[in-house]
Design a protein around this ligand. Structure first.
Ligand SMILES: [Zn+2]
Ligand SMILES: [Zn+2]
Length: 66
């Protein structure tokens, strides 16, 4: 698991459930807006890796690459 902010080894999750290193455990990562519905996006994981998924999923399937 890599820190979503700096890419180094992640040992924790932040409040949004994103993998982060201890240095970034408290920093907020700006999440993008969904291109479909303009809601916030959250980190989701698939077998292909992590990506931004719309928080309204499964009602909205908007996604973005991290
Ligand atoms: Zn970090
Ligand atoms: Zn959406």
């Amino acid at each position: 698991m890599k820190c979503a902010e700096c890419g180094s080894e992640a040992s924790k999750s932040n409040a949004s459930g994103m993998p982060v290193c201890s240095k970034h455990a408290k920093s907020k990562i700006k999440s993008p807006k969904c291109p479909n519905c303009n809601l916030g996006m959250v980190i989701r994981k698939s077998k292909f890796g992590a990506f931004w998924g719309c928080m309204a999923f499964p009602m909205c399937d908007g996604l973005k690459k991290i």
